[in-house]
Every structure is written in C-alpha cells, then in structure tokens.
Ligand binder design. Structure first.
Ligand SMILES: Nc1nc2c(c(=O)[nH]1)N[C@H]1C(S)=C(S)[C@@H](COP(=O)(O)OP(=O)(O)OC[C@H]3O[C@@H](n4cnc5c(=O)[nH]c(N)nc54)[C@H](O)[C@@H]3O)O[C@H]1N2
Ligand SMILES: Nc1nc2c(c(=O)[nH]1)N[C@H]1C(S)=C(S)[C@@H](COP(=O)(O)OP(=O)(O)OC[C@H]3O[C@@H](n4cnc5c(=O)[nH]c(N)nc54)[C@H](O)[C@@H]3O)O[C@H]1N2
Ligand SMILES: [Mo]
Length: 556
C-alpha cells in the first residue's frame, strides 16, 4: 500500500505537522534539507519523536528520544497499536470504512503489551504508552522513515507494522500526515517510476498484468516475459552458480556497495561478460570487459523524480568530457544495434513514450515541466498533479492492517563475534566515495573511515581514541581508527561505507536478507574488534607469516 516507495504526502507539509514520528532516519545527515522542515515544525510547536539505536543529531531536537535495540521495531510499533486499540484511541469510522483486518490485528496484538515490548526494545513502557497516546491524539501526525528500518531482514514487516499505526488512526490522506519514506539516491524514485524494478513495467504496472504488457508489446514491437525478473541478491547467487553469465551495471559501484563484498567479487569474476556504464572508472568498472563512459548530472537533459513523486526537468549546462555520452543515448544506440527500429533524438521523445503507456504519468509532458515540477499521479494533461496520496481510496480499495510477529536480527552476536556492526552514512560523504572522494574540501571534513564505539566497549577492549583496530565478521576483515562516542550504544559499533579503498566495510556485512524485497540486512551483523598488534600476532602464529596489507583489505 505504501508500495511504490514514495512519500504519501509532500515535503513542504512537514512544517505543518503537529506530530512527527521519525524512525530509522538520520535525517540531519542524510536528508539535511528535509531535516530543516522537521526543525521548522518543531519550532512551530510540533512534537518530534525520534527512534534510533544511535543517539543521532536529530535526537537533540526531539521531544522524546527512544533508544531502540537494533532490529526490534516491530515490537515497538505493535505495542503502540496495542495501546491505541486497548484504550480505544483509534479512528472507529476510518477503521470501519477504509481498512480491513481489524479484528485479526486486535486479537493478535494482545500479547504485545508495552511491558513485553520494553523487554524486547529496551524502551521504557511509559514512553511507548505516551508516544502511542500522542500519536493517536494528533490530527496531523507524520511518520518519516528511511533505510534504518528497511535494510533489515524483517524490513517489509517493519514497514507494515509501522503502517498499521497510520491506518488505525486515519492518518492517511491528511495534510501533514501520512507515512513518508525519504528516498535515497537522486532519482531513485524516477528509476522505479520508469520500471527499473524486476517485477514492474513503468508506472508500477505488474509484469504479469496482461493489459499493461500488451500496451508495451505494441509500443516496442516485442513479446515481453510475464514473469518477474530476479533481484540483485538472487542475481549474485545465480552468477556464482553459472546460471547468469552476463551482466550490465549502470550507475552502481556494486563491488563496494553490495553486502558481503567477498561474495560479490566472486560473482562478478565468475561472469563471462560484464559491462559497466559509469561516469568514473570505479572498482566495479575495473572488473568489466567493457566500460561505457556516461555523462553525469549537469551534462544531460532529462527529468528527475524526487521523494514526494515530483517529476522535474533537469537541463544540460556543460558538455560531457571526452567520449562520454548521456545514458539515454548509450542505451538507444545499443537498441539500434540490436535491431530496434525507433531512433530517439531527445529525452522528451522517450518521456512521451513513457507517458503514453503509463497512467500515473500520462498527463505530464516536457512542455508542462518547463514551467514547474508535477507530482504523480497525474492522469491527464489538465490534471494539476497529486500532493497527497490516499485521500479517498487505496489502490487495494482497503488498507489492510497486518498482524506481524517480532523476529530477531538474522545474525545475532555470540561469544566469538560479540558486537553488532550497523552501517550507514555521514553528511559530508556519499556512498562508495566515487563522487565525494574526489573533492579536497570533503577530504578535509571527513578524511577517512572511523569506527564509532561506545566508551564502555572501548574501555573493555582497552582501546584509545583514534587507535587503528581490526574489525572482523564471519566474512572478512577491515581496519580503521576508532572514534569513542556516546552516540553509539554499548554493544553496537557504526561504520560508513564511504571509503571502500582503505576500509571496504562491505566485506563485513551479511547478505542475509528480507525474504520479500531481498534487501540485505546492512543494518546489523555480528563482528569483533581486535587491537592490530594482537591481530598480527595471531596471524603469524597461524601462518608463520606477518599479515599483509592486502589480506587486511579483502575478505578472508
Ligand atoms: N550525506 C549523504 N546523504 C545521503 C546518502 C549518502 O551516502 N550521504 N545516501 C542517500 C541514500 S541512497 C539513502 S538510502 C539515504 C539513507 O538515509 P538514512 O536511512 O537516514 O541513512 P543511514 O545512515 O543508513 O541511517 C539509518 C539510521 O537508521 C538507524 N537504524 C539502524 N538500525 C535501526 C533499527 O533497527 N531501528 C531503527 N529505528 N533505526 C535503526 C541508524 O542508526 C541510522 O541513524 O540517505 C541518502 N542521503
Ligand atoms: N554497508 C552498507 N552498504 C550499503 C548501504 C548501507 O547503508 N550500508 N546502503 C545501500 C544503499 S541504500 C544504496 S542506495 C547503495 C548505493 O550504492 P551505489 O549506487 O553502488 O553507490 P554509489 O557510490 O552512489 O554508486 C553510484 C555510481 O553511479 C555513478 N554515477 C553517478 N551519476 C551517474 C550517471 O548520471 N550515469 C551513470 N551511468 N553513472 C552515474 C557514480 O560514479 C557511482 O559509481 O548502497 C547500499 N549499500
Ligand atoms: Mo539508498
């Protein structure tokens, strides 16, 4: 229901919200502009609740910060539903008319008392009760979340149990309300809208939908497979098993960004043919048989769609360097060589083809976008676009309340690997550093990776601030200096994946994943920290040789 990935509401509405529930989003670092709207709302009197295992900056602006144990969100949201149902704080009319599954949820939720949730989440039951009451009482209550809850092996269930809260209280279709995933990469929304998903045609039309497929078959003059394709996690397995022999990667540094990098490398090396289309020669591109140099932002015409479903024009400002070409042009030239008859001369022609076969985008054209961005759904050329979703109905007619049981993280700690590693971002740096790693100014702000660790853990391990340590998991080992900070809760360390050359964090992470979306659990895996000296000693005991730099970097 909150499928399609986009925000149900709009960014500007946040400043009008009465209550903001921010979970699994390090908003001030990952979405600083949206964070300004959140701060504005707080200064206008809104109550802000922040749920995060790490004491992130946003917690300083919060009315209540709830330090949740990693991977226990379902228990928290279920307990809030428990309070809302038991105290009859739910919107009875809305629940009766617009939702399904209430009786099942009511029955299921009984065991999730706030006291039971406190044992699982570590959040005091009084805080859970107070937050549930305040959320239910607010007329305009907005939920915002990002990958802190989705990049877990129970990511879909996290979102479904969270969505129950908005359904119970009628918080969909309300200005300043809704359930709002803040999207990640620039135009990740647009990529999804255009059909870059294994189960969808453009506009979230299912590949199995005969009528939708027929439109595209007519447009392209080809027969389309009605079965969904595979996700990246499955693709990696297929490459290792020799079931997938060629791969075309466009705008991704998979070797550095996919979970369990040792396995990713094995998969990419097993391929017979690898094409990488990127604006830089990345680590992944270095493995490729063919590298297609693409033009980047500012060098191309086109559209980007943002988190709030707003399609906007982008314009070419400078020429691409060397032989680099716009992505659309590379793809269409390849198409022509594969025998596709139609030639595209401008991205507007591609947009028109997309819009003609995609109901939610049908009313959007380059002419209209020239003037201003438009939020889909926009079915006709005189439709103004849609600021808020689900005002009268859901795609499924009713919004279904889901009874979701709590489960633990996929790789819990044990004696050998006693710490949880959670990974994510820092404000000044971006992903695998291909872009931000080339700027002297950014280098000054964040020169290298740090392992953030709580003072208690550092004491126990007898580590000094800034000391370079070895971090290892069942899959590999890296090294980096530590930063001792109260931001990390005891037992949890944090690393980014912004410096894959010196510190390839993803050799540590697990590719155990959510069964529905196949998103890996980037947010939790079991690791240990050792002093480098100790580590060297152990290695030389075992192998009779000193460890080399190379083996420190790559998966064991
Ligand atoms: N500067 C900068 N900005 C970026 C990016 C970047 O690389 N650099 N990347 C962009 C992209 S693609 C994305 S997807 C977004 C991601 O945006 P965010 O999701 O805000 O980024 P993360 O750093 O992954 O932070 C996730 C937060 O979730 C918390 N968390 C971890 N586990 C749990 C849990 O079990 N429960 C809860 N409630 N919280 C948990 C973490 O402590 C962390 O604070 O950022 C985008 N913006
Ligand atoms: N450990 C850990 N790993 C993670 C995550 C985490 O939180 N922790 N987060 C995950 C998430 S949410 C994300 S989104 C991924 C991001 O993973 P990636 O998308 O692999 O990361 P980027 O470094 O942004 O790589 C994007 C590539 O696109 C190229 N590029 C930029 N503009 C263009 C263009 O216009 N055309 C083309 N062809 N190429 C271009 C850049 O040069 C870069 O090499 O990482 C995931 N991996
Ligand atoms: Mo992302």
């Amino acid at each position: 229901m909150v499928g399609r990935g986009a925000m149900s509401n709009s960014i500007a509405e946040l400043k009008e919200a009465e209550f903001i529930f921010a979970t699994g989003t390090n908003t001030t670092e990952s979405h600083p502009v949206i964070a300004l709207k959140v701060k504005k709302a707080v200064s206008n009197g809104a109550k802000l609740i922040v749920i995060d295992p790490r004491r992130i900056e946003l917690a300083d602006f919060a009315h209540r910060y709830m330090q949740i144990k990693i991977g226990t969100d379902i228990a928290l949201y279920n307990a809030m539903s428990n309070v809302i149902i038991n105290e009859e704080l739910y919107d009875k009319e809305y629940v009766a008319e617009r939702t399904g599954g209430f009786e099942e949820l009511k029955h299921f939720i009984r065991e999730y008392t706030p006291q039971y949730a406190e044992q699982i989440t570590g959040i005091p039951s009084e805080d859970i009760i107070a937050t549930a009451r305040e959320y239910a009482a607010a007329d305009r209550a907005s939920i915002i979340y990002t990958v802190g809850i989705t990049e877990h092996s129970c990511g879909v269930h996290n979102v479904q149990s969270l969505t129950n809260l908005a359904l119970l209280t009628g918080n969909f279709g309300v200005p300043g309300g809704g359930v709002n995933p803040l999207r990640g990469q620039n135009n990740v929304q647009g990529a999804g809208d255009a059909g870059c998903l294994p189960n969808n045609l453009p506009g979230y039309q299912r590949v199995g939908d005969d009528a939708a497929r027929a439109n595209w078959e007519k447009e392209w003059g080809v027969t389309l497979d009605p079965n969904p394709g595979v996700t990246k996690v499955t693709a990696i397995d297929d490459m290792i098993l020799g079931r997938m022999r060629a791969l075309y990667i466009m705008g991704e540094n998979s070797l550095a960004s996919d979970a369990n990098a040792g396995k990713t490398r094995k998969a990419l090396e097993a391929l017979e043919f690898l094409v990488v289309q990127d604006i830089f020669l990345t680590q992944t591109a270095e493995l490729a048989d063919v590298v297609l140099p693409a033009a980047g932002f500012g060098e191309v015409d086109g559209t980007f769609a943002n988190s709030e479903r707003r399609v906007q024009r982008v314009r070419k400002a400078v020429n691409p360097p060397g032989v680099a070409k716009p992505d659309w042009q590379i793809i269409s030239e390849l198409g022509e060589r594969f025998g596709y008859k139609k030639k595209f001369n401008h991205p507007a022609e591609i947009w028109d083809e997309l819009a003609r076969n995609t109901p939610i985008l049908a009313g959007i054209s380059y002419d209209r976008l020239d003037f201003q961005g438009i939020q889909w759904p926009c079915p006709t050329s005189d439709h103004p676009g849609t600021q808020i979703l689900h005002t009268d109905n859901f795609e499924t007619e009713k919004g279904y309340l889901m009874p979701i049981p709590h489960v633990g993280i996929a790789e819990p700690t044990d004696e050998e690997y006693p710490l949880i590693l959670t990974t994510g971002r820092r404000r000044a740096t971006y992903h695998t550093g291909t872009q931000t790693g080339r700027s002297a100014g950014i280098e000054l702000l964040v020169p290298h990776e740090w392992v953030e660790i709580n003072p208690e853990d550092a004491d126990e391990l007898k580590l000094d601030d800034g000391e370079v340590v070895s971090v290892s998991s069942r899959r590999g080992r890296v090294q980096a200096p530590i930063m001792i900070t109260e931001k990390s809760p005891p037992g949890v360390i944090f690393m980014s994946f912004h410096f894959p050359n010196e510190t390839p964090t993803n050799v540590l992470t697990t590719d155990l994943h959510d069964p529905i979306t196949e998103t890996p659990e980037f947010k939790a895996c079991a690791v240990k920290i050792e002093k480098i000296a100790q580590h060297h000693k152990k290695q030389s005991d075992k192998n009779g040789t000193q460890n080399t730099n190379q083996s420190l970097k790559m998966a064991d």
